[in-house]
Structure formats: C-alpha cells, structure tokens
Design a protein around this ligand. Structure first.
Ligand code: URA
Length: 223
C-alpha cells in the first residue's frame, strides 16, 4: 500500500531535518519544514524562516505570522491548521538576509514534494521570492499581484510578504486583503477563473529573459 500524505510529509520532514544541501545548514537551529493540514486546499509559501521560526521549527510564528493568521481568519475564515504553510528555504538565512538563488534551488525539491503531495487548489505566494520561484519569472511582486495564474492543477495568487505590510503602508495591507479574498473565491469557485499569463521581463535585444523561463525540474526528486 502506498504511504498516505501525512506519513509521506513526516518522512520528508525527517529527511530535511538532516539536510546539508546548502550553506544555510550549519547556521540553523531547526529546519522549518512546514505545518498544517496535509489535505489542505490552500497553501501559503513564504520566503524563509526568521529568528522565532528557526528557534521553534515552525513557519510564520513571529510578527509576520501574527499578521498572516489575522488576514487568513478575517478574509478567508480559516485558521492556520486548516491550511498548509511553508517556505521556499527551510533554514534561516543569517541575519534574515534574502535567500540566494542557489539556496532556493537546493531547497526546491522539498517544496516541489510538498506541492505534489498536498495538491492544493490555491497557493498564495508571499512576496517576491516565493512568487518568482513558483511562477518562474523575475518580475516584481508589485507587478505580479492582483491576478490569478494557472499552476499545476490549481492556481497561484501572489501577494505581498506580510513583513512589507508591517512597514506601515496601509495600501499594502488593503491589497493583501483583496488578494486573500480572491484566494477564498477561488477555493469555492465551481467555474474556472480568468487566468493571467505570467509576465516575462524583456531584455533589450534578447527577447524573453532567460530568467523568465520556468526553472528546469530538479535533478534530485524526493518522491
Ligand atoms: N518570513 C517568512 O518568509 N517565513 C517565515 O516562516 C517567517 C517569516
């Protein structure tokens, strides 16, 4: 009999807890694999663990997480246990610096395996790194958000990272709320929505940028 989802995710989390695929491994306290319902229809993908997440081994438990929980409850009517939450990189970048492209690629097989096992209908990507990683584009989140993109057998709804909202711009919070409402509508929709093409950055004289193409499948699949 094949492994059920929860068992497969737990096995992957155990495997990730010993991971040494990239330079983030030596500096971590705990690997932050992901949390929530293995059968969730809604998944959130963030950037990478911060200080609190690194200490507790859970995603989005600091200030950004408190805002994420609030918007999830107020706009979608769900608690974090009803969704699945994870990050592009599972180990904390030192000093909360941005994750680097090779670190995101080294960690990608874990994210791909989570997507494949959970099969969410809607993935809300939080910020530039998650959105670019899933949509395979170099466009900024400010240009990508506000639309729905086809992704695997479901949809990606990009929005700002909660840390951007915590910088105090009320427009960012309002736009995040609108994106969460869009995610809720998609969860309940019986008709397929109008999808947007993923915009590609065009470099003068080169046509579509090489970074605009979907990254090639990881050489080391985990499933
Ligand atoms: N920011 C993220 O992108 N992920 C977390 O888990 C916490 C903060």
């Amino acid at each position: 009999m094949s492994e059920d989802r929860a068992t497969a995710l737990a096995r992957l989390a155990r495997e990730a807890s010993n991971c040494t695929r990239c330079r983030l491994a030596p500096g971590r306290t705990k690997v932050v694999f992901g949390t929530g319902d293995p059968h969730a229809k809604l998944m959130f993908v963030g950037e990478g663990p911060g200080e609190q997440e690194d200490l507790q081994g859970l995603p989005f438990v600091g200030r950004s997480g408190q805002l994420l929980d609030r918007l999830m409850q107020e706009e979608i009517g769900l608690e974090r246990d009803n969704c699945y939450i994870c990050n592009c990189v599972k180990c904390r970048p030192p000093g909360n610096r941005d994750p680097q492209a090779d670190e995101i690629e080294a960690c990608r097989p874990y994210l791909e395996a989570q997507l494949e096992l959970i099969e969410p209908k809607v993935v809300v990507t939080l910020g530039n790194f998650a959105t670019r990683a899933l949509l395979g584009t170099a466009e900024p989140i400010s240009r990508l958000r506000g639309r729905v993109y086809g992704f695997r057998s479901g949809y990606v709804v990009p929005t700002f990272h909660p840390s951007a909202a915590l910088r105090g711009n009320p427009l960012v919070v309002a736009q995040m709320r609108a994106d969460f409402v869009r995610a809720k509508e998609l969860l309940h929709a019986s008709e397929p929505p109008l999808l947007s093409p993923v915009p590609r950055q065009v470099q003068p004289g080169l046509g579509t940028s090489p970074t605009g193409s979907r990254p090639s499948p990881s050489p080391s699949r985990l499933l």
